[in-house]
Design a binder for this molecule. Structure first.
Ligand code: GLU
Length: 281
């Protein structure tokens, strides 16, 4: 059980997929990297289902996650935390941030927000001519966070083990005033992920380096919510022969397809080790 992990182990990591599609080789690589790191350290591996976005998550994708990972030989403690069952916890934390004065409402439509983000630096004042809606999105105010944390704001940092190893200063400015409460589902990824990493006692986050920049914002949220900052291991992304990300490759084959075709899990592991040996990290 997760709670026992927290009490007895010094290395606890997790794989946290969103059931918005079938897993492919890039996910297998990420899950196996996390699982192997936990095994090597005598630590724990947690599977978490990040399904806050009910508009995109589907039960058959979630079922396939369990089947594919078990097929790859991974094991994890039950019950698996499904974020959709904990929405009120994330809402409470958003409420706590609101009480701290570090979030503000953004009444622009999602489309207008995306357009503004593309044409101007994030966090700029809203243009009063843009389309608005009644239910706002809630954004983290970096300016307010800075005044709440005082000098501590500039000392926030995290330890990175794989990607540019060393201690990094947190620079939440790279992401700007991110949305913590989406107007459609009430909450958002950055908030749910830091709450769950803390409550599950995750000491080491192993994930692709496409999420390296997200860490800057997440470290700030940990500070604001009084949560510990784990160590981070951002692994290289699996690329195809053209150097494109496998996960993003159009029509890239799902693990489920390989499995149903009768490919053995050990052949997948072989393909992954060949792919990683032929590319630099
Ligand atoms: N749920 C996220 C995704 O599927 C991963 C979150 C994380 O590893 O921090 O991309």
């Amino acid at each position: 059980m997760t709670a026992n992990y927290a009490a007895t182990m010094t290395f606890i990591t997790r794989f946290a997929p969103s059931p918005t599609g079938y897993l492919h080789l890039g996910h297998a690589f990420s899950a196996l990297t996390a699982f192997d790191a936990a095994q090597a350290d005598g630590g724990g591996f947690i599977l978490r289902i990040e399904d806050i976005d009910h508009t995109r998550c589907r039960p058959h994708f979630e079922a396939a996650i369990y089947e594919d990972l078990a097929w790859l030989g991974l094991t994890w403690p039950e019950p698996v935390l499904r974020q959709s069952e904990h929405i009120s916890d994330y809402q409470e934390s958003l409420e706590a941030l609101r009480a701290l004065g570090v979030v503000y409402p953004d009444h622009r439509t999602r489309k207008a927000q995306v357009e503004a983000a593309l044409s101007a630096p994030q966090g700029e004042a809203a243009d009063s001519t843009v389309e608005t809606t009644d239910t706002p999105a809630w954004r983290l105010s970096l300016e307010a966070a800075q005044s709440v944390l005082g000098p501590r704001y500039d000392t926030l940092s995290f330890q990175e083990v794989l990607f540019r190893p060393g201690r990094h200063s947190a620079r939440p400015e790279v992401n700007g005033d991110v949305v913590l409460g989406r107007k459609d589902i009430g909450i958002a990824y950055h908030l749910a992920v830091v709450i769950d990493d803390a409550r599950q006692g995750v000491t080491d986050i192993v994930r692709g380096h496409d999420l390296f920049d997200a860490t800057h914002t997440q470290v700030l949220l940990q500070a604001l919510l009084g949560l510990p900052t784990p160590r981070y291991h951002h692994h290289a992304l699996l690329l195809d022969e053209q150097g494109r990300r496998l996960a993003k490759r159009k029509g890239s084959k799902s693990l489920r397809d390989y499995r149903l075709e009768g490919v053995a899990a050990k052949e997948i592991k072989m393909m992954l080790s060949i792919a990683t040996k032929t590319q630099s990290t």
